[in-house]
Design a protein around this ligand. Structure first.
Ligand SMILES: *Cc1c(COP(=O)(O)O)cnc(C)c1O
Length: 414
């Protein structure tokens, strides 16, 4: 059904009025007039983060080393892990928040190679995110045996590439460019049938769309926190390892904070039980203090409600985009079926990179990916349907007036 513009404005108001968890937006600080669609890059800021940063300064100045005893700095990887676990369908004690995604990809990949020493083929998406591919290329160079990397483009190819030489499938749950979401359960089952393990990078899906670590029988899940999960710029990442798998090998990065007894200060490494062996060194106390503000918000809401909100906002965005900008050359390139999409919606538009610059002048922040893709990361926690309608209205004006052709929009930022 095609709606006209007036209907869309009314629909946005109706959807917001019927939104059961619209209160969630009030937890985030947002500069007036601006509408942010970069949750796929840096998620919205919890209002409590300012005080958390300032409290940390007080602790630093006043407590110094006593902070380790008087605050829960050491326990934060596990505390934060438990809070975000429901957002990836994991249970308590199954996730730790630590390091960045790259380091966690390394830990999971090395662990899989240690669990099954008879195999060394790794299947991955040709268009996987660069850092995911680089980690595999590092193992290709430094593993104790020759590693073969098999590149695939589709789920069908990934399933067909699984054979009894494959140790690991390393996949992005959602393609950072295409926005295409893979079926974790289906891929996991196909890999397991051949005795292979699967590592999922959920950076572009966690906090936006449903993820079921347990139900899908995932082996490893890693992702970054600073996107939809709002752990702040440079915020910590996380890692989940299937509980019965975690203890089958040492992590490839053995550190004192993953030791069975941190305070024994033993010279001999002995891995902690369960997921805690995947902690490396000193937790990022400052980043964790900020991340905790986001994690506290997740405790107040059901993941299912957040995912439903993301779905409603995203579907409304696509509808508004096609209705208001379809005639101006906009073409949605993300899958039409919501269940095949991740957190963001990608579309092509004339002058894409320049349009994104012109949008900033109109206080709408989205992102551009070469050659002609505009990405709108839909935050399920901070946006309303009326925000989306207003942003699409501003986009429409830019496309209709062709103001993006102005030379001042020539320099396209990332
Ligand atoms: C953003 C992103 C990362 C980020 O990796 P870092 O090591 O945290 O910088 C990794 N993988 C994917 C798929 C991403 O989208």
């Amino acid at each position: 059904m095609m709606l006209d513009k007036a209907d869309l404005a009314q629909e946005a108001r109706t959807l917001d009025a019927g939104d059961r968890i619209s209160s969630i937006c009030a937890h985030y600080e947002q500069p007036k007039g601006w509408i942010f669609f970069d949750a796929n890059s840096v998620g919205p800021a919890p209002k409590t983060a300012r005080k958390a940063a300032s409290d940390l300064m007080d602790d630093w100045v006043n407590l110094r080393r006593r902070g380790w005893a008087e605050r829960d700095w050491v326990d934060m990887p596990a505390i934060l892990g438990d809070r975000i676990a429901p957002m990836i369908g994991a249970g308590p004690g199954e996730v730790v928040v630590c390091d960045n995604t790259t380091v966690n990809l390394y830990k999971a990949t090395g662990h899989a190679l240690a669990v099954n020493k008879d195999r060394a083929t790794i299947v991955t998406q040709a268009e996987n995110f660069p850092t995911d591919l680089h980690v595999l290329q590092g193992f290709e160079r430094f593993c104790d045996r020759p590693v073969e990397i098999r590149h695939v483009d589709t789920e069908e190819e990934a399933i067909a590439a699984m054979d009894d030489t494959v140790v690991l499938g390393s996949f992005s749950h959602v393609g950072y460019k295409s926005g295409i979401r893979w079926d974790m359960e289906k891929i996991n089952a196909a890999a397991h049938e051949k005795g292979a393990l699967v590592l999922w990078d959920v950076s572009h899906s966690a906090g936006a769309v449903p993820i079921d670590a347990r139900g899908s029988n995932a082996d490893y899940i890693v992702g970054c926190g600073y996107k939809y999960l709002s752990t702040g710029p440079g915020g910590p990442a996380y890692i989940y390892v299937r509980p019965d798998l975690a203890e089958r090998a040492w992590p490839p990065m053995c550190g004192w904070m993953g030791h069975a007894d941190i305070y024994a200060f033993s010279g001999n490494y002995e891995p902690h039980t369960g997921i805690k062996r995947f902690i490396s060194g000193t937790p990022m106390v400052g980043a964790n203090a900020i991340a905790r503000c986001a994690a506290d918000i997740y405790e107040k809401y059901e993941p299912g409600d957040i995912w439903a909100r993301h779905r409603s906002l995203s579907e409304f965005f696509v509808r508004a985009l096609e209705t208001m900008c379809g005639k101006l050359g906009v073409e949605v390139t993300s899958p039409a079926n919501y269940d095949r999409r991740g957190g963001h919606v990608s579309f092509r538009a004339p002058g894409a990179g320049r349009v994104v610059e012109a949008l900033i002048d109109k206080k709408v922040v989205a992102s551009f990916r070469k050659p002609d893709s505009i990405r709108f990361g839909i935050s399920p926690t901070a946006l309303t349907h009326q925000d989306i309608h207003e942003a699409v209205r501003r986009l429409h004006d830019i496309l209709e007036t062709e103001i993006w052709r102005d030379p001042k929009y020539e320099n396209v930022s990332v």
